[in-house]
Ligand binder design. Structure first.
Ligand SMILES: [Zn+2]
Length: 324
């Protein structure tokens, strides 16, 4: 019987794959480097290889695999499985679904990585049993996914959920997308690195982050932020206060507009935060949401960590193959 699925989490540096049974148990995993500088067809060969390895390690028969789900960087078309544009891979119009199906011979379903992470939390993590969920993942950038009535919502041009680009400070700092004042330009890890650079290099402020990064403030890892918070570093606390405020402003707007039952916060930056900062986010959201609109809304942490991608991809494979 075809009872198992394979979930694939495709990132800019590594590809994770896992065989997952009907209850969400992970039976076998594999990890291979993406090596995105190589040709797309070679990268897709490696994805196929990661899938075969995970099946081998799980000990299940390949005939028991019902479908493959894959979360990939987007924008992409979930209906055709074509990755339209993925800057961190250098991909344009890559037929990921077709190419994988040709190589592996198992029905394959593709969706945006953040959508897949949100679906994972909805099916196996913090959002189990909750029908209307917004997932917000804060890392190098800020991504979002929307589940409405238990299903991923894609929108007219399949780009719904771009929460990182809602404006929280008109005329604010420039964003990678070209406009100013996006949430991502104020509250992502990249935005925080810029705030640290400005405070330390231009304003000569002292911070433990200088030592923790050996003075290289271009990229600051979430682990460094967590250490600086635990050390009560004044500058880090100040920057986090601002970041949580802007996350709260964004969440307030989302709650006003959509009134979901739950908002799930995940990603490296959120994992670095302790509960005080989550309280700050809730307080800021309350300030910017209309009276009573937040009453029934839970704002919670993601529960699956690094597994949200593979588990979400497994859920995607199951939902889409059952819907056929
Ligand atoms: Zn933007």
């Amino acid at each position: 019987m075809r009872t198992n699925v394979v979930g694939v989490d495709m990132g800019g540096t590594k590809i994770l794959s896992a065989v997952i049974d009907a209850k969400g148990n992970i039976l076998g995993t594999a990890k291979v480097p993406t090596k995105a500088d190589e040709a797309p067809s070679v990268v897709i060969d490696r994805i196929a290889d990661a899938i075969q390895k995970a099946i081998g390690k799980s000990g299940v028969n390949e005939a028991s695999i019902e479908a493959i789900g894959i979360g990939a960087p987007g924008p992409l078309d979930p209906a055709t499985g074509v990755v339209i544009f993925a800057p961190n891979l250098g991909w344009r119009d890559i037929r990921l679904k077709d190419e994988l199906e040709t190589r592996v011979g198992i029905p394959t379903f593709v969706d945006n990585d953040v959508n897949v992470g949100t679906l994972g939390e909805h099916v196996f993590g913090a959002g189990q049993g909750v029908q209307n969920v917004v997932g917000i993942f804060v890392g190098t950038g800020i991504g979002g996914g929307i589940i409405l009535q238990g299903e991923l919502f894609h929108g007219a041009s399949k780009t719904a959920g771009e929460i990182g680009h809602i404006i929280v400070k008109a005329g604010g700092p420039k964003c990678g997308c070209g406009t100013r004042g996006c949430l991502e330009a104020l509250a992502s890890r990249t935005a925080m690195a810029k705030q640290f650079q400005k405070a330390i290099k231009k304003k000569k402020q002292k911070s433990i982050v200088t030592e923790l990064t050996n003075g290289d403030l271009r990229t600051i890892r979430s682990g460094v932020l967590a250490k600086a918070i635990r050390a009560n570093d004044k500058l880090t606390l100040k920057i986090f206060k601002k970041v949580t405020k802007y996350l709260g402003v964004g969440i307030g707007s989302i709650v006003n507009f959509l009134n979901p039952e739950m908002i799930i916060l995940g990603g490296g930056v959120v994992e670095a935060l302790d509960d005080t900062f989550l309280d700050n986010i809730r307080a800021a959201a309350k300030k910017y949401a209309l009276p009573n609109t937040l009453d029934g809304v839970q704002i919670v942490r993601a529960e699956l960590g690094d597994n949200s991608g593979i588990l979400g991809a497994a859920a995607l494979a199951r939902q889409r193959s059952e819907a056929r």
